[in-house]
Design a protein. Structure first.
Length: 550
């Protein structure tokens, strides 16, 4: 392994991270090494695994802290490096990295009693494991005892399994999701053993507890929510077999939907079959009574009433619900409801009304319905009128393409001139310096590269459009493309995201080549040297430059 120094650590980390790393030296544990790599753990906010591999010319490293994962030489890497250097300087022997043992083979070699003792001991120091084992043990006791069992003990175990006393952070959410999945699995076992009444009571209780605890979990990845939906599915299945009182079930469902936390989500569609006619009718009547005491634009009651209208097949009720609300009339929903009932002429009238009433960007679903209806009826004049009205209200590449596709071929040159005039006026009014420019996008789509460059120069556009323009102009106007590529290299590297470094290095290679085409080799050399000076601590970007031949 190549020797390294404190000076190299300082160069890689910078003064601030180096000084912070020095303060973390006491937090380093498990120092070991092999022929190529130094390994260890550093305890900070979490316990981080750190590796340093001094290569022939520069150090590579790995640490699972957020700062290192962005490609930076972090304080934990500094701390591990300092501990290793100190050991070498003192002549202290650094342990060799041991090969990881085969855990499965070891467990399979244990006697049953030893394996039980080991698992119980592990559960004593791992609350999540302890919860999961308790739920399984309680479930096994119930399923082995026959029907009519008292489930109070099992309810207590489920409550302990699902309970959250403090916020569950993002890193802890997967473990909690596994616990919720275990509860769902045990509910399924109850169903498989035909303990339907027990499963219904217990799954209902679990849904209620989840509604209380889930808001405390950071479920950014949705794993906890998916596990909770399995509990809901178990409850629906249990209801289908246990045959609970439909009126009481409707009351419970409506109370959870209106007064619960909203998680896990309980949909009437899932329960409609088990509610039956009596339960569904009671649900609708109670919802109507409750809705009468709430504001007309109350979102919860309107959403639930729409769900009830769909479940009961009451199209007129659904139309009335969609015609109310603070956001205005939901014309697209009304059109879909009328179409599903075979009331096509009413659907067209509603779509036309929606387009006429709504200002600003038109609803694409209404546009396509009206256009398809006009095309089927060969109402070409009305179709082109709608296309133009939509384009004027929302001048972009999609409405431009639709306008051209439905225009009479002989009329397109005239209409195109009018459409481009609309786009130019829109671009002049809007600040498109750092945003996509619809005029540029339309001209690029048409293949009018020179016009698109003029439009971008006059009105601005976003980075992606600039790059597309640069690629079009690279052969005939290399100077223009060079400037665009150079700006993009600086932008990408400044984001400090390692996944962007290969793209930045490739663009830097193109800048270097364009300088050569322009007869400016000295500028090409200075460009690369400047990148290396400015970003000398971003070793992954520098490695990308190496791979690009720079």
């Amino acid at each position: 392994m190549r020797a390294f120094s404190r000076e190299e650590l300082l160069e890689l980390a910078g003064r601030k991270s180096y000084d912070r790393g020095a303060s973390y030296v006491p937090a380093v544990q498990g120092l070991s090494t092999d022929r190529a790599t130094v390994r260890g753990t550093v305890t900070g906010t979490h316990v981080y695994r750190v590796e340093l591999t001094p290569g022939r010319s520069r150090m590579s490293w790995e640490c699972d802290c957020p700062w290192a994962e962005e490609g930076n030489f972090c304080k934990h890497c500094v701390a591990l490096g300092l501990v290793y250097l100190s050991a070498v300087e003192r002549g202290t022997s650094v342990p060799a990295a041991a090969a990881l043992p085969d855990i499965r083979a070891y467990l399979e070699s244990l006697a049953h009693a030893d394996l039980v003792d080991l698992l119980v001991s592990a559960a004593g120091t791992d609350e999540s494991l302890e919860r999961r084992l308790e739920v399984r043990a309680a479930s096994a006791a119930v399923t082995g005892s026959g029907r009519g069992v008292d489930t109070s003990a099992l309810r207590a175990f489920v409550d302990r399994a699902l309970r959250i006393d403090d916020l569950v952070e993002y890193r802890e959410a997967p473990a909690y999701a596994e616990t919720v999945s275990d509860v769902a699995e045990q509910l399924q076992r109850l169903l498989e053993d035909d303990l339907h009444d027990t499963a219904e009571e217990l799954s209902r209780y679990a849904v209620e507890r989840l509604g209380e605890y889930l808001p405390l979990a950071d479920d950014s990845d949705g794993e906890v929510g998916e596990a909770a939906l399995r509990v809901v599915e178990a409850h629906v299945e249990a209801c289908a077999n246990a045959d609970p009182d439909p009126v009481e079930l409707a009351e419970w469902l409506l109370d959870r939907q209106l007064n619960g936390s909203g998680v896990p989500e309980l949909l009437l569609e899932s329960y409609a079959g088990v509610l039956g006619k009596a339960g569904l009718e009671h649900y609708g009547n109670r919802l109507a009574d409750i809705g009468a005491d709430r504001p007309a634009d109350d979102w919860d009651s309107r959403f639930l009433m729409a769900e009830f209208a769909r479940a009961s097949g009451d199209v007129d009720l659904l139309v009335r619900v969609y015609s109310q609300g603070r956001e205005g009339v939901y014309h697209a929903g009304i059109v879909d409801a009328l179409l599903s009932a075979g009331r096509d002429s009413e659907a067209l009238e509603r779509a036309e009304q929606g387009l006429a009433e709504k200002e600003g960007h038109p609803d694409g679903r209404l546009v396509e319905h009206v256009v398809c209806a006009y095309r089927a009826a060969e109402r070409w004049k009305d179709l082109r009128r709608v296309r133009w009205e939509v384009f004027e209200r929302s001048p972009d590449v999609e409405s431009y393409r639709a306008l051209r596709d439905d225009e009479a071929p002989g009329e397109w040159p005239r209409v195109r001139g009018q459409a481009l005039a609309v786009l130019r006026r829109s671009a002049a009014r809007r600040n498109t310096r750092h945003f996509p420019c619809p005029l540029v996008e339309v001209l690029l789509w048409e293949g009018s590269g020179d016009e698109a460059w003029e439009a971008a120069t006059a009105h601005g556009c976003d980075d992606k459009q600039w790059l597309r323009l640069a690629e079009l102009r690279e052969d005939e106007h290399p100077g223009d493309s060079l400037d665009v590529y150079a700006r993009e290299v600086s932008r990408l590297v400044a984001l400090t995201s390692t996944v962007l470094y290969p793209r930045a290095a490739e663009l830097a290679r193109r800048v270097h080549g364009l300088y050569g085409r322009l007869g400016r080799p000295e500028d090409a050399v200075e460009f690369v040297a400047g990148l290396r000076r400015e970003h000398r601590r971003k070793r992954r970007f520098l490695a990308g430059l190496d791979r690009a031949g720079l």
